[in-house]
Ligand binder design. Structure first.
Ligand SMILES: Cc1cc2nc3c(=O)[nH]c(=O)nc-3n(C[C@H](O)[C@H](O)[C@H](O)COP(=O)(O)OP(=O)(O)OC[C@H]3O[C@@H](n4cnc5c(N)ncnc54)[C@H](O)[C@@H]3O)c2cc1C
Length: 383
């Protein structure tokens, strides 16, 4: 017998940690959720958020099961994708290629977060906001944590969902290889003159990768992976809108800036292991990927769903065999996504002789092969 207060302490109440806490609560576990920031739902549900996610059908179903899927008036749909290379290459595929309703749904970060925290307020989860851990000690039977304000917590498992610079990862001694891309993702929302037709558009520009994602109404969200973010951030609103419209070949006519642009440094983070004694990592704490495939948070939601499913029937949520199973289960999916995104990034930034021709020819060839396109569409959906 032990004196543990909780089955699981989740550190980090971002999208992934909040989803895990709800899923574990639904499975009847005693859960504490620690979130360093104090933002209230009211603050979250203001205006348009430039940080948006393409949520896969599998993760939409997961969030719906948690009753934490935001209202439909805020959601965009990706019915098709149109991807262009830097030298005439092009591939287009649609949800219908995979006999599906949509490739993904576009949701804003703040509204997704608000939906999750609204549910948390009604759940049995002990939510500690504005709380940060100061120390973590584990033994074969228990994880003990001391908070900044001196409170002591104990649990069978500490789940680190505290983002790319994870404190839990560091405390657990889980080292990670960190590879900066030398690029930042510049995000901003725009109103567009022409209807986007629920099509996500992406351009491999040679010096960067530009994506326009369809939002509700005549709006798009941009993610521009570039080595010179400052050159975009410095522009006036009309100049930035004109620059982005031109980079996308004026595919949607004139653009008008709706949210100030923001830039995030892009890094590939790969820990050697995502579990340690009485500790498991998930979300960006466990992996980051280049946003060119828009899969970062999707991988994190799958971590949360699969970890919660593994722990659901367990008597000891920190059982080492279970943690090893979680690590094994997630390794393949995460590695495939990291290698795929990294490979594409390298391929489209290579200036080696012949490579620029090859990558464009490859796109166009794939575009003519129906079975391969079907496979791509199924992959985008997450089959
Ligand atoms: C430019 C850009 C575009 C992106 N686009 C997409 C996209 O289209 N689709 C997609 O799927 N992904 C995308 N991503 C990735 C996505 O943002 C992340 O994968 C996702 O936010 C990870 O969620 P998380 O909950 O793991 O971590 P975070 O969102 O980083 O949340 C961590 C939480 O932990 C809290 N915290 C941190 N440390 C502590 C501590 N010590 N104590 C208590 N609390 C703590 C933080 O306050 C925060 O709330 C993009 C990323 C970038 C940079």
């Amino acid at each position: 017998m032990t004196d543990r207060q909780y089955d699981v302490i989740v550190v980090g109440g971002g999208l992934v940690g909040a989803a895990l806490a709800l899923a574990l609560d639904a499975a009847g576990k005693r859960v504490a959720l620690l979130e360093g920031s104090q933002a209230a739902f009211g603050d979250l549900e203001q205006g348009w958020d430039a940080r948006i996610y393409a949520i896969s059908p599998a993760n939409r179903a997961f969030l719906q099961r948690l009753d934490a899927w935001p209202g439909s008036e805020r959601l965009g749909v990706i019915a098709a994708m149109d991807v262009r290379g830097d030298n005439g290459g092009r591939i287009e595929f649609a949800a219908s290629d995979a006999d599906a309703e949509a490739l993904a749904w576009i949701a804003e970060n703040r509204w997704l977060l608000a939906a999750l925290w609204r549910r948390l307020a009604e759940s049995g989860v002990t939510c500690l906001r504005g709380a940060r851990p100061r120390a973590l000690a584990t033994s074969p039977l228990t994880a003990r944590m001391e908070l900044d304000d001196g409170r002591q917590l104990s649990a069978a498992l500490v789940a680190g969902a505290d983002g790319a610079n994870s404190w839990v990862r560091e405390q657990a001694g889980l080292s990670a290889s960190v590879k900066p891309y030398g690029h930042s993702g510049v995000v901003a929302n725009f109103a567009c003159r022409l209807p986007h037709g629920d099509i996500a558009r992406q351009w491999f520009l040679g010096e960067g990768i530009l994506a326009w994602l369809p939002m509700a109404g005549n709006r798009i969200s941009m993610v521009w992976s570039t080595s010179d973010p400052q050159a975009l951030l410095e522009l006036s609103a009309p100049a930035l809108a004109a620059r982005v419209a031109a980079a996308g070949g004026h595919a949607l006519g004139e653009l008008e800036l709706l949210t100030p642009p923001a830039a995030f440094p892009l890094r590939l983070i790969q820990p050697d292991a995502v579990v340690a004694e009485r500790v498991a990592l998930l979300g960006d704490a466990a992996h980051t990927v280049h946003p060119l495939a828009g899969q970062g948070v999707n991988l994190g939601f799958q971590d949360a769903e699969q970890l919660a499913a593994l722990l659901a029937g367990s008597r000891d949520a920190g059982d080492w065999m279970l943690l090893r199973r979680y690590q094994r289960q997630r390794r393949e999916a995460v590695k495939t996504m990291q290698l795929g995104c990294d490979g594409l990034f390298q391929l489209f930034h290579s200036t080696l002789p012949g490579v620029p021709w090859l990558r464009n020819a490859g796109l166009s060839l794939t575009n003519r092969l129906r079975p391969l396109k079907r496979q791509l569409a199924r992959h985008a959906i997450g089959y």
